[in-house]
Design a protein around this ligand. Structure first.
Ligand code: THU
Length: 163
């Protein structure tokens, strides 16, 4: 029997950042600040990420490039892995992401790459709580209530697949 299924999700768009909570605004400011530490001489694309942990801590990350291009790492994964080192098992409430190109802040929200989404979902599952995602552009901000929406059919480990 064939069953047609559907997947989709709702998210919020803000055209005025001031309508966000003070906590979210502070996290966005941290993501913007994180861009300053980006090492991106090859792309000139500075990505900043900031993570709000359940214990109140904020962790920043930025993209770190390398002359051997595939050896570099995206801002999101730098932040997530650092959070894992510094605060293992503390759930992550929210991650905010933004970027600038040639020192111009992106006008539209930056959407994280597939590899980062996969890592974000596993970090979320370690904490076993929804992880909000805030994608920040100059013109608008998107708020997604759980990162799992961003990668349907994500890989969730061999043990989950083999029953
Ligand atoms: N990059 C990120 O840091 N995050 C993403 O989600 C996508 C891309 C970085 C990788 C590289 O340093 C630069 O942006 C250009 O692709």
């Amino acid at each position: 029997m064939k069953i047609v299924k559907e997947s989709g999700f709702r998210y919020s768009e803000y055209t005025n950042k001031k309508e966000l909570s003070t906590e979210d605004i502070r996290l966005i400011e941290n993501a913007v600040e994180a861009q300053k530490s980006s090492y991106s001489p090859y792309s000139n694309f500075k990505v900043g990420a900031a993570i709000q942990l359940e214990n109140g801590e904020i962790i920043q990350g930025s993209n770190q490039e390398n002359g051997s291009y595939p050896s570099g790492l995206c801002a999101e994964r730098v932040a997530l892995f650092y959070a894992g080192v510094k605060f293992p098992n503390i759930p992550i409430n929210t991650i905010a992401i933004t970027a600038s190109f040639n020192n111009q802040q992106v006008s539209e929200p930056l959407s994280p790459c597939g590899a980062c989404r996969q890592v974000m979902i596993e970090s979320r599952n370690i904490g076993n709580k929804p992880m909000r995602v805030i994608l920040v552009g100059k013109e608008r901000v998107y708020v997604i209530e759980d990162v799992t929406f961003l990668l349907p059919f994500n890989f969730s480990s061999v043990n989950d697949a083999v029953k």
